[in-house]
Design a protein around this ligand. Sequence first.
Ligand SMILES: [Zn+2]
Length: 275
Amino acid sequence: MSLLNDTLALYKALFQAHPLLLPLVSGILGLFIGSFLNVIALRIPKKESFVYPPSHCVHCHHRLGALDLIPVFSYVLLGGKCRYCKAPISRIYPFGEFVTAIFFAITSGVIGLKPELLVGLFLVAILSAITLTDVKYMLIPDKIMIFAVAVGLILRLFIHGLPLWNYGVAALVGGGLLYGIAWASEFFMKKEGMGGGDIKLFAFLGLMLGIKLTLLTIFAASLFGLIGGLILLKSSGQTRDAHIPFGPFIALGAICCYLWGDACIRAYIDLLIAI
Ligand SMILES: [Zn+2]
């Protein structure tokens, strides 16, 4: 036990002496987690196993070797083309790896080496996965969200900065609010507004963020969605009916609120007091 404590203390001292080391290590970890998430995100909606068959080119079905599977670098080195049949590789693969790595690095830089970092990295991983499925299939898979809620619940039982009830209420409020919106859009507009995945996503965010930051996430996600949607529509010249996935904006809003939400609320209150 004392050996474990000594080792932990040693790592802590090392990461404290070199402030950029933790984000760097987390970023590299993020590259590989991102690569794994690509497989999960692209296979689960198609109901394929994510262990079998092993990674292969979707065009020529050639099995990929270790050199083809280095996150981001393989894509760049191969010029975005399959080594065997020269068919273009979807940009979503390096995108998933890069985004996961960047947010792993930022999250560890903001939180530092403490138990909450585990929660932060799990949050980033799940949000990356649903961003990938939503961009590729316009879908937030139920399977991923059930897993996320279950693991999130266990993590929060052991690691919590707020009282436990706060996360519990946030999960119920977040899920309930989205359920209400889904019900209302179905009832009044006679169309399916939201799937079960979205409802579970907000229950999960409640567990991770607590009441205050979950409510702030709904605001931030709507704002990002509005700005992003306008930019996308303008650049693609499409009509208003074009379908834009909302998942990536919820993901971005949630991670920003998780990392900087408290600071933003404090700055806003200070501003109100000052004027
Ligand atoms: Zn190929």
